[in-house]
Structure formats: structure tokens, C-alpha cells
Design a protein around this ligand. Structure first.
Ligand SMILES: [Zn+2]
Length: 220
């Protein structure tokens, strides 16, 4: 095949080249997302670890938070020393990845909707969901919570109870979920459609969310 014909058939590849990305949650999924973002050419990474659960005996949460953030920052520097790393939670970024157990807490959802493109990785006992959100254009995390509350009125209480649970899952699912979150964020930043996925035991399948008018995000 002629090179020009080959080129014509190739679609533009979304990447994170030159982007400033924030990752909230630095367990295995967040670290996998950070690694994928660095390999995709990200210029700056903000690393935030809101609720680490890997603290050993005698370790304070603040110390553990620093430990995981420092470990992730070292990994980023080893992969590409040109990437700027900070621990900023409020700086304006091009996009975010947030990792949580079953639901992102409401205040963070509010911040994410105001901030711009983001991808949530929601972990549960069986696996993880990767949910890309382009605020006002695609169903958001609040739309998802509206649907969950319709199915189970106790959902907001259950979600709040799980707020401090470590979003850990099996290693293959964690690695894949992090990489797919970074790839989905690249699609969103490139204004290309990004789909939601469900991953169990390292195997992804497509899933679908519905925009809800009661949410008020404007996607419905
Ligand atoms: Zn919504």
C-alpha cells in the first residue's frame, strides 16, 4: 500500500501531548493512569491523593498521603524527567482522572463539572467502571447517581458510607482501568467521543450511561 493511502486511512490519534492533567487517587489505578499519561507526552501532572488506605501501623494519613504522592512523583520522573509534577488540587488543568470506590463524593463532582473534561474510575467488588465526562455534553457522575438513587433510595447513604473505602481491585483490572482512563481523557481533550467501559478480571466491555434532566448538568 502507498504511504499516502495509508496516511489517508489513519484517523488522527488522540494523545495527551503537552497537556496538564490532574490525577486524584494514587493507588494502582491512579499510578497506571499517571504512567500512561507520561508515555502519551503529558507536560505537567498534578498528583493528589485524597484518601490513601495503604498506611501501615503507626502511619498517619498525612504521612501516607505524602508517601504515595512521592512514590508516584518518583515514577513519573524516572519515566520522563521533563514532566513537571506538582501536588496542586486547585490549579486549572486540561483534564482530570479521579479514582474512587463506587462513587465520587458530591463536592468533588461539583468541582470536576466546573473544571472541564474528566474521567472517573469507579471501583466495586467485581471490577471497575471507566466513565469519561465532557460536562454539559455527556452524562455526568451526578446523572449516574440520579439513576442509582431511583433504583435504590438508600444509595446516597450507602455511597457516603463507602467514601473512605480504598478503591483497590485486581492488578489486571487496575492496570487496564488506569490506562483506559488516560486514553479516554485524551479523546475528551481532543473533542472526540469517548465511551464508558466496565472492566472485570482485566476484560473490558462497553457500558452506557443516560443523561438525566433532574441532574441539571445540561447533557440531557
Ligand atoms: Zn449530569
Amino acid at each position: 500500500m502507498q504511504p499516502e493511502i495509508l496516511r489517508a486511512r489513519l484517523r488522527p490519534v488522540a494523545s495527551l501531548a503537552g497537556a496538564h492533567v490532574r490525577i486524584r487517587g494514587l493507588g494502582a489505578i491512579g499510578v497506571s493512569a499517571a504512567e500512561a499519561a507520561v508515555r502519551s507526552g503529558v507536560a505537567c501532572l498534578s498528583l493528589v491523593d485524597p484518601d490513601p488506605r495503604d498506611a501501615g501501623p503507626g502511619t498517619t494519613p498525612a504521612l501516607a498521603r505524602g508517601t504515595r504522592a512521592r512514590r508516584a512523583a518518583r515514577l513519573v520522573s524516572d519515566l520522563d524527567p521533563r514532566v513537571r509534577v506538582d501536588l496542586d488540587t486547585s490549579r486549572r488543568v486540561d483534564g482530570e482522572v479521579v479514582v474512587a470506590y463506587v462513587a465520587v463524593e458530591p463536592w468533588t463532582v461539583h468541582e470536576l463539572l466546573l473544571g472541564g473534561p474528566h474521567v472517573a474510575v469507579l471501583v466495586d467488588e467485581a471490577g471497575a467502571a471507566v466513565i469519561p465526562v465532557d460536562p454539559g455534553r455527556t452524562p455526568c457522575l451526578r446523572c449516574l447517581d440520579v439513576a442509582r438513587t431511583e433504583r435504590d433510595p438508600a444509595w446516597p447513604t450507602l455511597a457516603a458510607l463507602h467514601a473512605a473505602t480504598d478503591p483497590a481491585t485486581d492488578p489486571l483490572t487496575a492496570t487496564l482501568a488506569g490506562a483506559m482512563a488516560a486514553a479516554s481523557l485524551a479523546m475528551l481533550i481532543a473533542r472526540q467521543p469517548a465511551r464508558a467501559w466496565r472492566i472485570e478480571a482485566g476484560v473490558p466491555r462497553r457500558t452506557r450511561l443516560s443523561a438525566r434532566p433532574e441532574c441539571g448538568c445540561g447533557a440531557a
